[in-house]
Ligand binder design. Structure first.
Ligand SMILES: NC(=O)c1ccc[n+]([C@@H]2O[C@H](COP(=O)([O-])OP(=O)(O)OC[C@H]3O[C@@H](n4cnc5c(N)ncnc54)[C@H](OP(=O)(O)O)[C@@H]3O)[C@@H](O)[C@H]2O)c1
Length: 326
């Protein structure tokens, strides 16, 4: 794969590039002490990470922004060294909300632009400030999706200089094709952020995306935090896998490092989340070894085709993405 050894970046279809490993920053806000995200992002930058994956709905974007700005002020990095991915939430899909929502993220981060802005899920919810809108009976309040109209509003944000690259997340092939075949398309999505790890290898979607010059960014690359509130915990824990641990022993690495290396070696960007100092550093140490072709095949054969992140609560949304095979 085309991995520049110097800075571990993959070219994007719009001329920009993306670091192959980023720090994921989702952590249940109810149980995560204030300041943990700030310290973790600062340590990640000190440890070599240049890519941070965040979102307005993670409720810690202010800490991410503060960490980035502190590291720039210290002279550790320049703004252009950092790649920040933000996300457009489902309640802001209507075109007139897209730019103000991105501007709100920029204000929270206190940055002038984000490097990548992605449609977080293809399902639109009732527009407004309520992030998880439901009626008095607890029924989800959806909104008719018009992904092409949302995309056009995002294209305008890129032209206004608020974002360098545009992408999507949790899109299936049909939803990607909707954008790719949109009359008058100005900018193709550069990436599709989806669940991807040895138990859910996304072979077909990866092939389709590679054919269209779209990078797959693999979320939950370590098999998630296994928070039963949103994770399908009936799927066994990835990091306990026998093969991943055996390969870890062979290379003096951990199962986590083998799982991350597997994806990176097949051209998938990984965004492992850790707010633990040792594990933040551990997850970045994946560039000093490589897996053999045979080992890559053996790991790929672990695929169970079962998602940890099923989003079943929205299964009746007309744009629920996971009914399709891929
Ligand atoms: N677009 C989407 O819909 C979407 C969905 C899900 C996630 N994401 C993004 O993807 C990121 C990563 O996914 P994720 O948070 O679901 O899960 P993940 O990165 O697969 O796993 C995170 C969990 O693994 C632990 N961990 C981290 N490094 C480890 C290591 N070396 N050994 C053992 N355990 C380790 C973390 O705990 P510690 O913090 O204690 O280390 C945490 O509990 C998110 O943070 C978010 O940025 C996006």
């Amino acid at each position: 794969m085309n991995l520049s050894a110097a800075n571990h970046r993959i070219p994007l279809n719009d001329g920009n590039s993306i670091p192959v490993i980023g720090l994921g920053t989702y952590s249940n806000p109810a149980v995560t002490p204030k300041g943990t995200c700030l310290e973790s992002v600062k340590l990640a930058i000190d440890s070599g990470y240049r890519h941070i994956d965040g979102a307005y709905i993670y409720f810690n974007e202010h800490e991410v922004g503060e960490a980035i700005r502190e590291k720039i002020a210290e002279g550790k990095v320049k703004r252009e060294d950092i790649f920040y991915c933000g996300k457009l939430w489902a309640t802001s899909h209507v075109p007139e909300m897209v730019r103000p929502t991105l501007e709100k993220t920029l204000k929270t981060l206190k940055l002038d632009y984000v490097d990548l802005y992605i449609v977080e899920i293809p399902m639109a919810f009732k527009p407004g400030n309520e992030i998880y809108p439901r009626d008095e009976n607890g029924k989800w309040l959806y909104h008719k999706s018009d992904l092409c109209a949302t995309w056009e509003a995002l294209e305008a944000c890129k032209e206004a200089g608020l974002v360098k690259s545009l992408g999507v997340s949790n899109f299936n092939r049909r939803q990607l094709e909707l954008i790719l075949n949109k009359p008058g398309l100005k900018y193709k999505p550069v990436s599709n952020q989806v669940e991807c790890h040895p138990y859910f290898t996304q072979t077909k979607l990866l092939k389709f995306c590679q054919q269209h010059d779209i990078v797959i960014v693999g979320y939950s690359p370590l098999g998630t935090s296994r928070d039963p509130y949103w994770v399908n915990v009936s799927c066994p824990p990835l990091l306990k896998d026998t093969l991943l641990n055996a390969l870890g022993e062979k290379y003096s690495k951990t199962a986590a490092q083998i799982a991350l290396r597997f994806n990176v070696q097949r051209g998938v960007v990984v965004i492992p989340k850790s707010f633990n100092p040792e594990r933040i550093q551990e997850n970045f140490q994946i560039f000093d070894f490589s897996l053999t072709e045979e080992e890559m095949k053996d790991i790929a054969a672990l695929n169970k085709n079962v998602r940890f992140v099923e989003m079943l609560m929205w299964i009746d949304h007309p744009e629920y993405p996971f009914h399709d095979e891929y």
